[in-house]
Design a binder for this molecule. Structure first.
Ligand SMILES: Nc1ncnc2c1ncn2[C@@H]1O[C@H](COP(=O)(O)OP(=O)(O)OP(=O)(O)O)[C@@H](O)[C@H]1O
Length: 514
């Protein structure tokens, strides 16, 4: 086989019936062509770029009615009449680095060329100040893939089944945005992003801060060192906010009246312990025992001060709000508190820079209408929906991350004009993606189950054309990486072995008798 890596190398000729969306070409038998490769033909001044979507090898002689011995005989005598064909989906007509819809007639007999690094990078790149380096083409690892930062104006969804590389990919985008000086807020229900702070790289060390509620699990504390506390001073809350925290639905007037009465009787000295104590003596018709019990359970979220928005929203700052360990309604309350303050700051014009809001496990923060609760949860869902619909007008850009595209509010999902979709095998989730995205074609959809970990289909305004990329390595440390079960089981066996060792048993017995 000849060395045929570069661009401009002729690899075949168009044949058969060709359309404006697709064409077929017969491949030079000395050349290997792979699915997903980019090829082009020349039409006047333009280059018509396409992607190989199907490979077919045909033979009249070795047809499917022929018996084994005959095939063997023909093959041994090198008698073969096979024709190798590639079916190409046309991406568009390229001129001066811009892609537009191709309107050319593609006749049979036109030479087809392989699109190499020079042709592809010229198409895929953006000006340096608006380009985010995401990785390389899955099938041409020498070609870099970039995203257009301005494409994030119409929001982004990162979707994949668990373990396919969602958090890894989101982290890469956060890194790239930080290099550009972005203000980022991350709602992190499993502390997947907290370790990004632990970087050798000055940019990340200086610009990433981790905020934890006193009830967060404290995952990775040993590795992280000091983090910022995200607290609320009970005295700073009004009665509606106390109802929200306690999970009292706005329709439960009797319950909210009790809260109001307790607070009135406390005359502003509303320490959470005093509030709980007062709830037992206040003279009311209805008791809110279950809600008070809940408040007692979560009382540790309150601190001596309320974290100010200026601490987590700043230019060139990424604030990871670690919500790990909180039940969903409490996580929703904190999420609502953060997002509503950011929303108010942006709509009032008191923070002039764009804000990128990453919501991990977004299906829990913006579920479909029928699965919604009340109080802060409802306000949160409404706000996320509002930002999805209008956020770009005042500079809040969503990046939602989910493994359940079917379990997220479909209005929110369909407002995400750009999507990075990694491996997904569940047909229900595939259907949800297809229905929510105008940029997703059925043929791209077919490729979803076969993607490897870290491989993604990137579509929408952030790229000039649908692109299948291997997302680059992270520069920062990852949380939630896959555990090595074999290693851990080996360690467990060694530990058990030690426990069974007679001298260890003797030691333990001696200690017990001491
Ligand atoms: N592009 C990539 N290059 C190298 N490793 C990757 C890549 N993408 C993901 N991985 C690795 O695959 C594993 C799973 O990735 P990740 O945690 O991002 O998946 P996930 O989809 O977020 O999973 P979960 O839903 O469980 O949080 C991690 O160990 C991660 O380091």
């Amino acid at each position: 086989m000849r060395g045929v890596q570069g661009s401009g190398y002729e690899i075949g000729y168009t044949v058969g019936d060709n359309r404006s969306e697709s064409f077929m070409f017969v491949v030079n038998p000395e050349i290997q062509v792979k699915k997903w490769e980019y090829v082009y033909i020349l039409a006047y001044e333009d280059l018509i770029l396409g992607r190989v979507e199907d490979l077919v090898s045909r033979s009249d002689l070795l047809n499917d009615r022929i018996d084994y011995n005959s095939v063997r005989k023909y093959s041994e005598n090198r008698m073969n009449d096979n024709v190798d064909l590639c079916v190409v989906r046309i991406i568009g007509s390229v001129k001066d680095g811009k892609i537009s819809r191709s309107r050319y007639l593609i006749r049979p007999g036109q030479p087809v060329y392989r699109a190499g690094k020079d042709v592809l990078e010229n198409i895929l790149k953006f000006d340096d100040d608006r380009s985010l380096f995401l990785g390389h083409l899955a099938d041409q690892p020498d070609v870099k893939v970039f995203a257009n930062i301005n494409g994030l104006r119409r929001h982004l969804a990162i979707i994949a089944q668990t373990g396919a590389g969602k958090s890894h990919t989101a982290g890469v985008i956060m890194e790239e945005l930080l290099k550009k000086g972005a203000s980022i807020i991350v709602l992190d229900p499993h502390a997947d992003y907290v370790l990004m702070k632990n970087s050798q790289n000055q940019i990340y060390r200086d610009s990433i801060r981790v905020f934890r509620t006193p009830m967060s699990t404290g995952r990775y504390t040993d590795k992280l060192g000091k983090v910022d506390e995200f607290t609320i001073r009970f005295q700073d809350l009004n009665y509606e906010e106390v109802c929200d925290i306690m999970g009292i639905h706005e329709n439960y007037v009797n319950q909210s009246n009790v809260v109001k009465k307790i607070m009135e009787e406390l005359h502003g000295r509303k320490d959470v312990d005093e509030f709980i104590e007062k709830s037992e003596s206040v003279d009311v018709e209805h008791r809110i025992t279950a809600r008070i019990k809940y408040l007692r359970r979560i009382r540790n979220i309150f601190g001596s001060r309320t974290t100010d928005i200026g601490e987590y929203l700043a230019p060139a700052r990424m604030s990871v709000i670690d919500l790990s360990g909180l039940d969903q309604s409490l996580a929703n309350y904190f999420a609502y508190r953060v997002i509503s303050q950011v929303y108010d700051a942006k709509t009032a014009g008191s923070f002039e820079y764009p804000v990128f809001l990453f919501i991990e496990e977004a299906h829990n923060f913006a579920p479909p209408e029928k699965n919604r609760g009340g109080g802060a949860s409802k306000m949160l869902y409404d706000l996320v929906k509002k930002i999805a619909a209008e956020g770009r007008k005042f500079g809040i850009f969503l990046a939602i991350i989910t493994q359940r595209p079917g379990k997220i509010d479909q209005d929110v999902l369909s407002q995400c004009n750009s999507q990075i979709i990694l491996r997904i095998t569940n047909p229900v989730d595939q259907k949800a993606i297809l229905e929510s995205s105008e940029n997703m074609s059925a043929s791209l959809m077919e490729d979803l189950p076969s993607l490897d970990i870290g491989e993604a289909i990137i579509i929408g305004e952030i790229v000039k054309m649908p692109t299948i990329a291997k997302i680059r390595q992270r520069e920062t440390e990852e949380g939630g990486v896959d555990v090595d079960i074999t290693e851990l089981l080996k360690k467990a066996r060694e530990e058990a072995e030690k426990m069974r060792d007679p001298s260890a048993i003797k030691d333990r017995t001696r200690k017990l008798l001491e």
